[in-house]
Write a protein that binds this ligand. Sequence first.
Ligand SMILES: *Cc1c(COP(=O)(O)O)cnc(C)c1O
Length: 405
Amino acid sequence: MDRDFLASDDGLLHALELLRRDHADVAAIDLPARLPDAGLGPREALDLLAPIVLGRAARLNEPTAFAHMDPPTPWITWATTLWNASLNQNLLHPATAPAARELEAKVLAWLAPCFGMSGGHMTPGSTLANLTALWAARECAGIREVVASASAHLSVGKAAHILGLGFRQLPVDASGALRRDALPDLSRAALVLTAGTTSTGAIDPLDAVGRAAWTHVDAAWAGPLRLTRHAARLAGIERADSVAVSAHKWLFQPKESALVLFRDNAKASAAISFGGAYLAVPNVGVLGSHGATAVPLLATLLAWGRSGLAARIERCVELAERFAQFVRDDARLELLAPPQSAIVAWRPRQAAAFERVRESLPPGSTSTTMLAGEPWFRNVAANPDADVQLLADAVRRALRTGAIP
Ligand SMILES: *Cc1c(COP(=O)(O)O)cnc(C)c1O
């Protein structure tokens, strides 16, 4: 019996203890240059890796984490990810995932109706969810091109390229949302509307859903608002042909976790299915072997319920509103637009102050983006425990030290 394939209580407790320990940030990754011939043993390997993997990681659960779409994850997802790794189910085949396939179906049955969709499947991210949806669009609606706003995520253009479809970008307004008056003839096109653009969190006019041969809503970021009291911000999404949502963004899941949803799931799934002699069921979508990412999501939904999940997302929305209000209240700062999905784009009115402010912001607190050729600061409220006062104080201090009136 090879003990390394059995649960080691000591080893797992040691890993947990390392996770909880404060590791000093190590300066460089110092590992053997070549594949070691002799192994260290599991415990020693963990000790060697801990300062690197744990010590050098970005801390997404710190009060300063307010910059990116990557959320902290609830501990129940750590526990269930450990179960997943030890069981290593493969959802490609019912024999290697008897329960896991049903659990994924359950998660889809719970979440798809929130978007007016009848079902779908999980993918490792919305990049693949967008590709999968546009593949179905090509098969089901015979589309020739993909049309999206200039603020659409790069994965949309990438999907069009992979699928051999044309790709056209439409102009946006100052907030980053698609200009509805710019819509061309879409009778042979898939229209991709973005619910929560990556740069500014803008929500495209979803009343344009249905204007094209196929409408896909890329709700990678803002989709989870459908489960909250802000659901109406995404009104119209329920009439889309397909929807993408990244669970590893605003559903607080570990990577890689996302959903592709279809209004007519039976038809769309049949169009993107392949059989194989050794497969008991058709292989739906882009992935081959894939794991039980539904389990941590199902566990989170069971532990929190819809209302517990909504409370966390709503807290993020509040944090963004509060920070936006701070920007509005300071005459030296400019707010791009009211935040539509908890992303705040802002900058000092004096361009010369941008660099100084950037240098004084707490590390990991703020990202930057280019809009119409100019740099803006960008804050993303994916962390319900972010401390916006801390950030506001840092901005005020930076402005005070400069010669800004
Ligand atoms: C993040 C994002 C994507 C890509 O999703 P991944 O989960 O990173 O693959 C697509 N569209 C939008 C609007 C996004 O914000």
